[in-house]
Design a protein around this ligand. Structure first.
Ligand code: ASN
Ligand code: ZN
Length: 322
């Protein structure tokens, strides 16, 4: 295992926090107000203290700090995916403030969702650059927030891998929608552009080709399986949540590319419906989630639709029996 992966694995599962006091972390908005985007970016000044100093609020001028402005733009792009495509107003579904803290810690090689905000380190400059450089990472962290308010998947084992996978799926969709990329053309990479040029590696993960471009001597992608044949039984990383997520990630990729055109439209809608409308349990298994996506596909498109078949074929290909 390399330093990058160790840094990722050793962090506490902060975004699995489910205490009632965190529900809801945002002030409820007035019911008469139209859906709105309200962003607040804070600066931790390289200390590991939250929230830090508020440096840019909604409508505020760009700063000269690229981490602040990348976070601001990334929060906006994520809000746009959820509101414009799925009709969800913000992470909490109730127009709550989207909050982020940048410049968290010194040489901090990670980003996370802490139950109420996205937090991004600047990277150590040797392996990682600042984490706001990747829009898919920003979408990933905020999608953890959406999971917290919807399916509430426990952050361990298969439900933890489903939590991670939902974060990766909506993270890549934020970027694909902003760039208006078709499924067949998209890179399907999470965290592209984060590594410094001292590192051989293109991204943290790939939904298209989980685990490839990995070599023990080279810092690169998480060594993820793409199918159940490669399922990893481990105590580390909350039961391999960042590894086994490769399996549902790849199922999403297969379903989305089979449907063609834009992945956020039909495949993304089915995954979103599964998270929000299928009453999935907090300890959801891959099998139960697969059944949830099929039920969602049937509800929206019918059981003899191409969409339903694409989802069914995708789970079969990765070895998950609904
Ligand atoms: N970047 C990681 C994630 O959001 C952080 C963590 O595992 N605590 O999954
Ligand atoms: Zn995550």
């Amino acid at each position: 295992a390399d330093a990058a992966r160790r840094a990722l694995a050793e962090l506490p599962p902060v975004h699995s926090a489910r205490s009632r006091s965190l529900q809801p972390p945002f002030p409820p908005r007035g019911s008469a107000l139209p859906p709105s985007l309200r962003r607040e970016i804070s600066d931790a000044g390289e200390r590991e203290v939250l929230p830090g100093t508020l440096v840019r609020s909604e409508g505020g001028e760009p700063t000269r700090d690229e981490a602040v402005d990348e976070a601001y733009e990334g929060l906006g792009a994520t809000h746009a995916l959820f509101r414009d495509v799925y009709g969800r107003d913000s992470v909490d579904g109730a127009g709550g403030i989207l909050a982020a803290t940048v410049h968290y810690g010194r040489d901090y090689d990670n980003a996370f969702w802490n139950g109420e905000r996205m937090v991004c380190g600047d990277g150590d400059g040797e392996i990682f650059q600042r984490f706001t450089k990747s829009l898919t990472v920003i979408g990933h962290e905020l999608a953890h927030g959406v999971v917290q308010y919807t399916s509430r998947f426990d952050y361990e084992g298969q439900s933890g891998a489903l939590n991670e996978s939902a974060a990766d799926v909506f993270g890549v969709l934020v970027e694909q929608k902003l760039l208006h990329q078709e499924a067949a053309q998209a890179t399907w990479l999470v965290g592209a552009g984060l590594f410094t040029d001292q590192v051989t590696g293109d991204a943290l993960r790939s939904l298209k080709a989980p685990g490839t471009a990995y070599d023990d001597d080279v810092i690169g992608r998480d060594p993820q399986p793409a199918t159940m044949a490669g399922y990893i039984d481990t105590q580390a990383d909350n039961g391999g949540v960042h590894l086994n997520s490769g399996i549902p990630n790849h199922a999403f990729y297969l379903a989305a590319t089979a449907m063609g055109n834009f992945a956020w439209e039909r495949a993304g809608q089915i995954w979103y419906d599964a998270l929000t409308e299928q009453d999935l349990p907090a300890d959801c298994t891959f099998s139960r989630f697969a059944a949830g996506t099929l039920a969602a596909a049937e509800k929206r498109y019918g059981s003899s639709s191409a969409e339903y078949d694409s989802v069914s074929d995708a789970w079969e290909a990765v070895g998950v029996q609904p």
